[in-house]
Design a protein around this ligand. Structure first.
Ligand code: NAI
Length: 247
């Protein structure tokens, strides 16, 4: 029997690395993709794991990734995790920055989904998870293109669930809150941001990449066989409450 394959984008750092490790631990073959070089602790083993260094902004890359993953086995899971931040308020956002953020965060997820869907449809099985953000659901200052891209991923999730549920494919999203990664390292040094996020998170701490990976793994498992079209926040309760813990 061919191994089950999970494709994980943005796997060279942070949440993507944790997702790739979790899928390997769960017995999947993992096709890891990143524009950065392969992390040393991601071991490439023939038939079990592969790493493709590629920029998802390159429109030709989605087909290459799907083909490389199919060579490993049957693509059962696609995790569209790669993303970039760095956006500004609308009045300070130039066209290049708008297009780049929308393209990497949303366009690449669309293109890769389109590339793997025919195989999943043929087998009548598959699970796609987009990594969105709580900032796609709640307004915050200065992050226009990023928030727009993440809100659009939640919309895409619902739409794809409707289109492909009948074919046996479930599509969900995870919206992380404040997770400690390279993306948030600088933000966490900003006292206003720290206060807004940490002081308003009922569990009173930042999240770990593996806590996002666990929910992604659940969504791709048979335990989630009736979960479709959802965006699940993994944020310690921030979005649901924005509770002032102190002060
Ligand atoms: P990170 O910056 O630590 O890692 C992102 C990875 O994606 C990097 O390895 C980077 O090289 C890769 N990547 C970026 N653009 C790429 C491209 N064009 N082609 C190929 N690879 C590319 O980020 P982190 O924190 O691990 O975030 C992962 C996802 O989770 C992102 O989509 C992010 O927006 C989302 N997220 C993260 C949160 C956090 O608090 N860390 C909160 C909410 C959402």
């Amino acid at each position: 029997m061919k191994p089950r394959v999970a494709i994980v984008t943005g796997a060279a750092a942070g949440i993507g690395t944790a997702i790739a490790a979790r899928f390997l631990a769960d017995g999947y073959a993992v096709m890891a993709v990143d524009r950065a070089t392969r992390p040393e602790d991601f071991r490439v083993e023939p038939g079990c794991s592969a790493f493709l260094q590629a920029d998802l902004a390159d429109k030709a890359v989605a087909g290459e990734i799907a083909a490389a993953a199919s060579a490993l086995g049957t693509v059962d899971a696609l995790i569209n995790n790669a993303g970039i931040g760095g956006s500004r308020p609308v009045a300070q956002t130039d066209d290049d920055s708008w297009e780049k953020i929308l393209d990497v965060n949303l366009g690449a997820a669309f293109r890769l989904s389109r590339a793997v869907l025919p195989g999943m449809i043929e087998r009548g099985k598959g699970s796609i998870v987009h990594i969105a953000s709580i900032f796609g659901e709640v307004g915050y200052r200065g992050t226009a293109a990023y928030a727009a891209s993440k809100a659009a991923l939640a919309g895409l999730t619902r739409q794809m669930a409707a289109d492909y549920g009948p074919a046996g494919i479930r599509v969900n999203a995870v919206a992380p809150g404040l997770i400690e990664t390279a993306m948030t390292a600088k933000l966490l040094q900003d006292p206003t941001y720290r206060d807004l996020m940490l002081n308003s998170t009922p569990v009173g701490r930042t999240g770990k990449p593996r806590e996002v990976a666990g929910v992604v793994a659940f969504l791709c498992s048979d335990d989630a066989s009736f979960v479709n079209g959802e965006t699940i926040a993994v944020d310690g309760g921030w979005r649901a409450t924005r509770m002032k813990v102190s002060g």
